[in-house]
Design a protein around this ligand. Structure first.
Ligand SMILES: [Zn+2]
Length: 58
């Protein structure tokens, strides 16, 4: 699985508030609403269904 290209990452926004993300290998975190989205097999799942509140972060 190739990593997501930077030019694609630049186009991706939070589906809830359309803000940009900070991301690592496991989670993408919205910089505005602070929700996080799981990365599954190298692909970020950026759907409202996959959205997790930041309070679950540990
Ligand atoms: Zn957001």
């Amino acid at each position: 699985m190739k990593p997501v290209p930077p030019e694609v990452i630049a186009l991706l926004v939070c589906p809830v508030c359309r803000a940009e993300f900070a991301h690592d290998e496991r989670w993408w975190r919205c910089l505005a609403c602070r929700a996080k989205y799981p990365v599954v097999d190298g692909v970020p799942v950026l759907t409202p269904e996959a959205r997790r509140p930041i309070v679950e972060d540990r």
